[in-house]
Design a protein around this ligand. Structure first.
Ligand code: DP6
Length: 331
């Protein structure tokens, strides 16, 4: 067979984080220890084309770091197994933002790859199935299948059949915006995958991180439904800082921030004290994501641009879920 498809997916930022994998289950299922909730970012996108081609003697991947090729090829293996084919594929992927620096390129990357590869292999998957498939590539990618506000359910089943994302609200339910302050364009030294395993193994705070996660999910769900920014801001920052507290207390410590990260956090607190609806979140990297109401985006972005050490600020509204741009399959 031969088939090709191109898909687009957006990155996301978690308001309630995923940081830790479930133990005692098949690790290749990539099951999270907790659920998570994110917003999908319209401006940070990945475009991926997959072409299954009988003439190839191996998968050919371009547009991503060499060290990630194997992970993509393993993922294609899952798609081949499901479709009952053995054909290798060519994958071309383009990100319009810096990769490997805590901007969740794996989220948009594996969401776009799941969508493109499944269509190119002529699989008809529901959004729930696509989300489960994307999760096998990267946990945060399961959420990027959906636009707006998405929740990744932890689920209970050891085979992962109930572990997928759902959409809580579409993007236009509450027009939040995000200003991403880029404070270092370099690649992060420790990947999220490695960092969360190491943290779970060595941090004495890891159990505390898990303890009030369910409560955080519930509060953020209701803050979203009620469009209550103050409630959202409080839990989003606290959840992020709890996650970083587990990293800081890992042995050896895992510190993703730099001095500018801290300066940006303080500037966001100042803005909030002056009445701006803004809060921050930080993933496994030094960049700071300032989440604000859409009407405050210009002032928030301009303020962050003026912080010494900030390289640039990406402005984004909320985005839609992963989408198929074109597809063509021949038997
Ligand atoms: C800090 O989804 O990158 O961004 O499943 O191992 O690929 P893998 O991890 P990944 O971890 C994301 C961690 C985070 C928090 C979040 O997005 O929820």
């Amino acid at each position: 067979m031969s088939g090709r498809a191109t898909a687009l997916a957006h990155s996301n930022v978690a308001l309630v984080k995923y940081w830790g994998k479930r133990e005692g289950v098949d690790p290749s299922l990539n099951l999270p220890e907790t659920g998570s909730i994110s917003i999908t970012l319209g401006e940070l996108q990945t475009r991926t084309t997959v072409v299954f081609d009988g003439g190839l003697d191996g998968d050919k991947v371009s547009g991503i770091r060499d060290k990630d090729h194997e992970r993509v090829s393993q993922f294609l293996g899952l798609v081949r197994e499901r479709a009952g084919i053995e054909t290798f594929a060519e994958v071309r992927t383009e990100n319009d933002f810096p990769t490997g620096a805590g901007l969740a390129s794996s989220a948009s990357g594996f969401a776009a790859l799941a969508m493109a590869a499944s269509h190119a292999a002529d699989l008809e998957l529901s959004k729930t199935e696509l989300s489960q498939l994307a999760r096998r590539g990267s946990g945060s990618a399961a959420r990027s299948i959906f636009g707006g506000f998405a929740e990744q359910k932890r689920g209970q089943a050891p085979d992962g059949s109930d572990c997928h994302a759902v959409q809580l609200q579409p993007w236009d339910h509450w027009p939040l915006s995000v200003a991403v302050a880029i404070v270092d364009e370099g690649e992060k030294p420790v990947s999220s995958t490695a960092g969360m395993l190491w943290t779970a193994e060595t941090s004495p705070f890891y159990a505390a991180w898990l303890a009030d996660h369910t409560q955080d999910l519930e509060t953020v769900r209701s803050a979203i439904n009620e469009r209550d920014f103050d409630k959202l801001a409080h839990v989003t920052e606290h959840n992020c800082l709890k996650m970083h507290a587990t990293m800081l207390t890992a042995i050896p410590t895992l510190l993703y921030w730099n001095a500018t990260t801290l300066a940006v956090m303080r500037r966001i607190w100042q803005l909030r004290e002056l009445g701006t609806k803004v809060c921050f979140s930080i993933d496994a990297g030094p960049q700071v994501k300032a989440i604000c109401d859409a009407s405050s985006l210009d002032i928030v972005a301009a303020t962050l641009e003026s912080v010494p050490g900030v390289k640039r600020v990406i402005r984004s509204g909320l985005g839609t879920g992963a989408s198929l741009i074109d597809t063509e399959v021949k038997a």
